[in-house]
Design a protein around this ligand. Structure first.
Ligand SMILES: Nc1ncnc2c1ncn2[C@@H]1O[C@H](COP(=O)(O)OP(=O)(O)O)[C@@H](O)[C@H]1O
Ligand SMILES: [Ca+2]
Length: 498
């Protein structure tokens, strides 16, 4: 009979005020966790955007980059969202009708406008950097190059983005920003443990950039950076006229001049760098229409370009474009240009990659690569066309020449050897971003690579929330235990109740 009142008094959970306190206690902790989560996590990942146009000698590419809005100073945060290839040739080719230079960018700029959310347009910077094609046009005809730049400037300003300028970048900038891009994308800048040298081959110039422990004897070739608290001394050099299209002109001009034939119609040029069975009629203007080629002969007279398919003779012909005679420094690459011995690992991109990847030579030792290239060069033109029906004929006809130039430039020019050949990696992209100077250019102009390590919260977001939850649970358990201990009825009170 007495059991019922005894049970009621022994279970404190049946007391309304304890239930009330516990409910508020648990609700308070849940509220605390929810507030911490909501407060710290943005509802949607917000991105910011930047646009860079790479106005190269052969064509223009537009890149859109994106990064989380609240993390712009953390390395590795900027990624390529879109690459758009502008149809047609490079902007320097529009010098006879500069107005068309701007309009040529329409398709890609429209795509950028459609890709970037409208509310971000006005704060999205747009940069255009022109490289060696425009450097050459400027040398040839300053006013023409100004007109082309004005045309692209006017056109880019018709878009709702934040236009930041169109200019010809220097060879040093092209080299240094290519180096920043590949090291940023590999996340080497934060870790002070080694960097990747950058090798960029274009149509009109080529760049070599790497960290050298040696004394840099020529100030023109030296760039100092402080990034994320680390100091870097870079060696860089850009060889104007040593992009693969200009070197082809140089090499053809040398061969034409050494035939000792009158440059009248219908001379035949026997070229070891083109395949046997290749035959095309070209004009002297095609070869000599560049400030890179001496002995300007701008005639419409034609010559017949005939392939011999002889890899060894091609190597000898290509070597002639390098001038090794005078070096006034302790060591040189070629043409009397100072270069310390190459050091560390290198990423070789742009045409280095396109050509070596087409030739399937990206992962062989130097000697094997040379043998395979010689075999490729000796393959008849008919067979080459049959084997690659979908490759542009202009590219296809030039791969033997371009491959030979690349091996010659790397070995005889920059002094890579069979020993350190494996240190060169031919790369197109790192992650989803293309290797090239554009990303480094934008990171620099938007101040997204700070000199010092940025302040970061002591805990990452996930760790912070987990810790909060664990601490809350701990408080809850302790609270409940305390309740239990302090509210446990003592013997005397039990007796009193009974
Ligand atoms: N698929 C490809 N195969 C071979 N060469 C290519 C391919 N795509 C682009 N190229 C070449 O890459 C080079 C790119 O140079 P570009 O950036 O336009 O010039 P520069 O950097 O000297 O101003 C050009 O010689 C172009 O012909
Ligand atoms: Ca380029």
């Amino acid at each position: 009979m007495d059991v019922q009142p005894e049970m009621k008094t022994k279970n404190p959970w049946h007391r309304p005020w304890i239930i009330c306190i516990s409910v508020f206690f648990v609700a308070g902790i849940i509220a605390m966790v929810v507030v911490a989560v909501v407060q710290n996590k943005p509802l949607h990942q917000k991105y910011k955007y930047g646009i860079v146009l790479d106005a190269g000698s052969s064509h223009t590419s537009l890149y859109i980059y994106q990064w989380p809005a609240e993390k712009e100073n953390n390395t590795g945060m900027v990624q390529q969202k879109l690459a758009c290839n502008v149809k047609g040739k490079g902007i320097s080719s529009y010098s006879p009708e500069p107005k068309k230079a701007g309009e040529s960018l329409k398709e890609c700029m429209d795509k950028a406008r459609d890709t970037i959310p409208n509310h971000r347009h006005h704060e999205t910077p747009v940069y255009l950097g022109a490289t060696a094609g425009m450097r050459l046009l400027k040398m040839e005809n300053d006013t023409a190059s100004e007109k082309v730049l004005e045309s692209v400037e006017q056109f880019l300003q018709t878009y709702p983005f934040s236009y930041q300028g169109a200019r010809i970048i220097t060879g040093q900038e092209e080299g240094a920003f290519g180096w920043i891009t590949v090291n940023y994308l590999n996340d080497y800048l934060r870790k002070a443990s080694g960097t990747l040298g950058a090798l960029d081959l274009g149509g009109a110039s080529t760049q070599i950039t790497f960290v050298s422990g040696q004394n840099l004897e020529s100030p023109d070739n030296s760039i100092d950076f402080r990034l994320y608290g680390n100091d870097y001394q870079l060696y860089t050099h850009s060889f104007l006229c040593y992009g693969k299209d200009q070197v082809l002109k140089l090499s053809l001009a040398n061969e034409i001049q050494s035939t000792n034939q009158q440059l009248t119609d219908n001379i035949t040029l026997q070229d070891p760098c083109f395949h046997k069975g290749y035959k095309a009629t070209k004009t002297f203007e095609d070869v000599f229409n560049s400030p890179c080629v001496r002995g300007l002969r701008l005639t419409q007279n034609k010559f017949v370009h005939v392939g011999l398919g002889d890899g060894e003779a091609c190597h000898a012909a290509v070597r002639k474009v390098f001038n090794d005679s005078r070096c006034t420094h302790s060591t040189c690459s070629f043409n009397g240009v100072f270069q310390p011995p190459v050091e560390g690992k290198f990423g070789a991109f742009s045409a280095f990659y396109f050509v070596m990847n087409f030739l399937n030579l990206t992962s062989y030792p130097l000697d094997v690569a040379k043998e395979q290239l010689a075999r490729y060069c000796a393959t008849p033109w008919n067979t080459i066309i049959q084997n690659h029906p979908n490759v542009k004929e202009k590219y296809l006809s030039e791969y033997c020449f371009s491959g030979t130039y690349i091996l010659t430039l790397l070995e005889d020019g920059y002094n890579f050897t069979s020993k350190n050949w494996k240190d060169i990696e031919f790369i197109k992209q790192i992650g989803d971003s293309d290797a090239g100077w554009t990303l480094g250019y934008m990171l620099n102009l938007t101040n997204m690579i700070p000199a010092e390590v940025p302040d970061t919260p002591p805990l990452p977001y996930g760790g912070y929330v987990t810790l909060m939850v664990l601490l809350s649970l701990m408080i809850l358990v302790l609270g409940l235990l305390a309740c239990k201990v302090f509210r446990r009825p003592t013997g005397s009170t039990q007796k009193e109740i009974i």
